[in-house]
Ligand binder design. Structure first.
Ligand code: ADP
Ligand code: MG
Length: 351
């Protein structure tokens, strides 16, 4: 796949680096009033709004490490690469405004493949209302690398750091967890089946949500606005890229606090529960360690509980304790197990 042997496809060399940039960049229009100059000069020019701070974040995706093009269509990859970055901006409780996109690409990819990638980037940028204001294009010897930088803004008092969680605060998560990891398991399995029997027609109907969560994740742009509407300022916040347990640990360590997380409160989609049964996996382990859900995890003061408790987007999954109490999962069987970065440590039951 993606060997450019198809003579109907255009080799990148035919356009050259500058031709490729012009070709890919021609569709990007500027819409944010904070963008003064986008693509086309030595640097983009941005106009910071009065009273706001800037948040800047970068994520790099490497073929063979972060994605596999045998089941990840390039359009989806472009879309996901943008989401991964916007998610970090939203995790600061900020508004995303611009992105830059850098790619390293080998001659294995025709121009049409880059068009696909950019159509995903463009779709995401338009939907999330961010301007693509620049980037860099270079060659690579074999694989594809995409690095995106996202820029956002927020007033200083809105920005939510990892360091602000306080004892007794509630631990809150958006959406549901574990689906993206299971989507990957389904796709990996289909890839193996396809290798053995290329004519097999997989029935993926019952996994649609899982696959969508893996191939087309959506960053939680809505949560900043929702919290503002509810008049809730999170005391700390992080996005869930690596799995719930490692993100909780990041918040607890940064804030010098402990936590109790309740297994029975972790929100799971019915497809997650049924796929876990089928794959013989423990759904709590998947939610804790799966990763790539791009939901938000945050803490709020207990006074804010009435404002969030009825919201279908938000689930209280635990609370913050003193640092000396440690970080624990309280299981359905009411045992207390230390949380570790990959799930929890079943070997070290305490109490
Ligand atoms: P320079 O030589 O100054 O780095 P380039 O020729 O690399 O300039 O880039 C020219 C313009 O195109 C710049 O505005 C740059 O940000 C933009 N650009 C380059 N590569 C990309 C890309 N892959 N995606 C979007 N914009 C790009
Ligand atoms: Mg350049």
């Amino acid at each position: 796949m993606f060997e450019n042997k198809d003579t109907s496809k255009t080799p990148i060399a035919q356009l050259g680096e500058f031709g490729l940039i012009d070709h890919l960049a021609k569709n990007f229009e500027i819409s944010s009033k904070t963008t003064v100059k986008g693509i086309g000069d030595d640097a983009a020019v941005l106009a910071p709004e009065k009273g706001k701070q800037l948040v800047v974040t970068t994520d790099m995706l490497v073929e063979g490490v972060h994605f596999d093009l045998s089941y990840m269509p390039l359009k989806h990859l472009g879309y996901k690469a943008v989401m991964v970055n916007l998610s970090d901006v939203y995790a600061m409780n900020a508004t995303a405004q611009q992105i830059t996109v850098s790619i390293a690409v080998s001659n294995r990819f025709p121009v049409e493949a880059m068009e696909e990638l950019y159509s995903g980037i463009q779709t995401a940028a338009a939907l999330y209302k961010v301007d693509v204001v620049g980037g860099d294009t270079t060659s690579s010897t074999s694989g594809l690398v995409i690095s995106i930088t996202a820029i956002g803004t927020a007033t200083p008092e809105k920005i939510a750091y990892r360091t602000g969680a306080k004892e007794n605060d509630l631990l809150v998560v958006t959406g549901d967890l574990g689906a993206a990891y299971l989507g990957l398991q389904v796709l990996e399995r289909e890839k193996q089946v396809y290798k053995v029997n290329p004519n097999s027609q997989p029935d993926l109907e019952k996994y649609t949500y899982l696959i969508e969560r893996q191939l087309k994740p959506e960053a939680r742009k809505d949560i900043g606005g929702l919290l503002a509407e509810l008049e809730v300022q999170p005391t700390s916040m992080i996005d869930i890229s690596d799995g719930l347990s490692s993100e909780i640990i990041h918040i607890c360590k940064s804030s010098a606090v402990g936590c109790n997380l309740y297994e029975d409160k972790i929100p799971l989609d019915p497809q997650v529960i049924s796929a876990c049964e089928e794959f013989n996996l423990d759904s709590t382990t998947i939610a804790l360690s799966g990763g790539e859900d791009y939901e938000l995890l945050f803490t709020v003061s207990t006074e804010d509980f009435p404002k969030i408790k009825a919201n279908p987007n938000l689930t209280v999954i635990g609370h913050i304790t003193k640092e000396s109490e440690g970080m624990h999962l309280i299981t359905r069987a009411n045992t207390k197990i230390p949380l570790i970065a990959r799930g929890w440590n079943a070997m070290e039951e305490s109490e």
